[in-house]
Design a binder for this molecule. Structure first.
Ligand code: HEM
Length: 176
């Protein structure tokens, strides 16, 4: 991700004809801007949009977030299931720092000691693969092993909903 650097970012911006001054720090910019940036970035890196989003999500959690939001990540938990149960709390904690904040909503179903299902609910369409990338980055960030499976993905009236199954490593072997 970051190896492409500033020159590619400038090319992407030019291709979308977005004015650079929309990117004020900690400010909301509209979803159309985000979606055109995603499409242009995927095209510039020769990737399908979902593959791009997944790899961006992985990069975001394993490289970007620990540098900029290390303390917040630590506070969210060092066990993967505890971390995922705290995702709504994490977003609530930063809600006052962003204007017109519309974070995703997550819910967790405990399937067994080693397995949970995580439901993602968004008011936006098209970001499930970004979530998938973040979830695949989580074991790297926490230094654990776990399996992430996307079970369902559905567009709903006001956005998107998807379901992931997350299993701690070793728990998938033999169910005799
Ligand atoms: C340090 C950790 C994190 C910070 C600071 C953070 C911050 C934010 C912010 C500012 C937004 C934009 C909301 C808006 O503009 O209305 C957002 C959206 C989002 N966050 Fe987080 N987040 C963090 C961790 C995570 C994690 C671990 C996930 C896990 C899957 C996640 C999933 C998402 C998704 C999918 C969105 C897009 C909005 C949507 O789905 O509608 N975030 N987050």
């Amino acid at each position: 991700m970051q190896e492409h650097g500033e020159p590619l970012w400038q090319l992407i911006l030019e291709s979308t004809e977005i004015e650079v001054d929309v990117f004020l720090s900690m400010r909301q910019y509209d979803d159309t801007t985000t979606l055109s940036l995603i499409a242009a970035s995927a095209q510039a890196t020769n990737m399908e949009v979902d593959a791009f989003l997944e790899s961006f999500g992985f990069y975001w959690l394993t490289v970007f977030a620990p540098t900029d939001y290390g303390a917040l990540l630590k506070l969210t938990g060092d066990d993967p299931f505890a971390f995922l149960r705290n995702l709504n709390v994490l977003h609530e904690r930063i809600s006052t720092s962003f204007l017109e904040f519309r974070p995703p909503v997550f819910s967790v179903i405990q399937v067994s000691d080693e397995c949970i299902e995580l439901q993602y609910n968004s008011t936006r369409k098209g970001l499930t693969s970004f979530v998938e990338g973040i979830l695949r980055g989580l074991p790297t960030m926490l230094n654990v092993t776990m399996v992430v499976e996307l079970m369902e993905r559905a567009a709903v009236q006001q956005g998107e909903q998807s379901l992931f199954r997350i299993t701690k490593a070793g728990a998938q072997r033999g169910r005799s």
